[in-house]
Design a protein around this ligand. Structure first.
Ligand code: ATP
Ligand code: MG
Length: 436
């Protein structure tokens, strides 16, 4: 590819157009429903482009997670073309074309970057998603975050259209912000986290102005909507780059404002690498496990200093440690509770087998996952490797016993309600039993 030409395209009004013969995107790699949508829009006289991450990933020879479509048809015009179309989002500006029960192709009318007077007052809403003014394809490219995310694939000519120099950056494996990073990060601070994520996922270098922009604007990310940040952080783990990105975010001063003052240590980042590895294996990011992994090293340090303390206090301490993170991200009570149980469970596991209350612990629903965390943590913290093995066997045995125990008949004597004794009942214990 001619790099000079590509950079020229970034500055001139005319895009760089790469014809079919000069790139290797094949339609066989685009999903059928997306192709149907593109063709129908195009046959009806509208422009129909594949946009965003799908084009980037196809050009990199990777399998895109999803395909998005951009068009100059308005939402109402799109709705008229597709029976299975539902308008969604703020002021119904996005079209979802549904195929079957679980496949949606998202179609967005080209939009432009809003002027300063059009930006919402609340900075947490400075998201890309609230831009509702329709625009030209060129304007649509320039409102996007990074050059590599702003390429279009035109279904009418099978060519790639590049307004921003994204093709050159793909070749150079460089992540570059469209426009001035200081301004773009101020408009939407979440872009800083996205920069680190794409760099990690694709193995790209972040160019100098964007890096400087992150150092300069990092504190602003604290103002972004917590629900969105939580989703972005989970997304890092879903993509198997949680550890890498959070480590780099910390080095660049982005982690503390992102996660309510959180600071990770080397052991935590190593543990998170293991969590990423596990996620890649299972294909699922487990949020309770992630929260527990973020705080396990801190808990251990406190416990090492405190010596033996009752489990009830370990539970309390765990709650205190994860509190600021969970409050900031408005984590629901059930999930917090799970994360706390994983922390406490992994601590119980570290104390070895044969303690009081072990039977109940072995049958507790969170114990297998606590063991999973413990197994990841043990080699990092150091400790008897055989311990995890012993627990694994004990848990499996407990499960086997439970499965092979005879099921009680509904009306069997054991299930019959006990007859009330005529003796007066014993008074309740005034003090709570001390947990083991
Ligand atoms: P992924 O593989 O994670 O889906 P993606 O590039 O498709 O990567 P999405 O979050 O799905 O990312 O967004 C789709 C496209 O929308 C991006 O490629 C980019 O062009 C644009 N975009 C998304 N978020 C922003 C943002 N905060 N600011 C500007 N443009 C954005
Ligand atoms: Mg996407």
């Amino acid at each position: 590819m001619n790099t000079d030409l590509a950079s020229q395209a970034a500055s001139s009004d005319q895009p760089l157009v790469l014809p079919r013969a000069e790139h290797h995107i094949s339609r066989t790699r685009i999903d059928d429903n997306t192709l149907k949508v593109l063709y129908r829009l195009s046959r009806n006289g509208y422009r129909a482009y594949l946009v965003g991450g799908g084009v980037r990933d196809l050009l990199l020879g990777q399998r895109p997670k999803d395909f998005d479509v951009g068009t100059d048809a308005t939402p109402q015009q799109i709705k008229k073309l597709f029976r299975n179309c539902f308008l969604v989002g703020r002021r119904f500006r996005l079209a979802h074309i549904r195929f079957g029960a679980d496949h949606v192709v998202e179609v967005a009318t080209f939009r432009r970057h809003p002027g300063p007077e059009e930006l919402p007052e609340d900075p947490s809403e400075h998201a890309f998603f609230v831009q509702n003014q329709f625009g030209t394809p060129r304007q649509d490219a320039f409102r996007r975050d990074f050059t590599i995310n702003a390429l279009f694939y035109d279904i009418a000519s099978f060519s790639i259209i590049d307004y921003v120099g994204g093709l050159a950056d793909l070749t150079a494996r460089r992540l570059r912000v469209i426009g001035n990073p200081l301004i773009r990060f101020t408009e939407d601070p979440v872009r800083m986290l996205r920069a680190l994520e794409f760099a990690a996922r694709l193995g790209f270098a972040i160019d100098e102005p964007a890096r400087e922009g992150i150092y300069a604007r990092a504190p602003l990310i604290a103002e972004a909507a917590p629900a969105r940040l939580r989703e972005e952080v989970l997304g890092l783990f879903r993509n198997g780059v949680g550890s890498q990105v959070l480590r780099r975010a910390q080095a660049m001063g982005l982690l503390a404002p992102l996660m309510a003052g959180y600071e990770g240590d080397d052991q935590t980042f190593t543990l998170l690498e293991q969590v990423d590895r596990l996620t890649k294996e299972t294909g699922e990011a487990d949020e309770a496990l992630i929260i527990a992994a973020l705080f396990v090293s801190r808990l251990w340090r406190r416990l090492d200093a405190a010596g033996q303390i009752p489990i009830s206090e370990v539970l309390e301490l765990s709650g205190l440690l994860i509190g600021p993170y969970c409050n900031h991200f408005r984590i629901a009570h059930g999930l917090r509770h799970q994360a706390r149980e994983l922390l406490v469970g992994s601590y119980r596991l570290s104390r070895g087998t044969g303690r009081k209350g072990e039977r109940r612990f072995l049958h507790h629903p969170s114990t297998p996952k606590a063991l999973q965390l413990f197994k990841l943590w043990l080699p990092i913290h150091g400790g008897d490797q055989q311990l995890a093995q012993q627990w694994q066997q004990a848990i499996e045995l407990a499960q086997d016993n439970r499965q092979s125990a005879p099921k009680q008949e509904v009306n069997s004597p054991a299930r019959r309600p006990r007859r009330r004794s005529s003796r007066p009942s014993r008074p309740r214990r005034a003090t709570q039993r001390q947990p083991s």
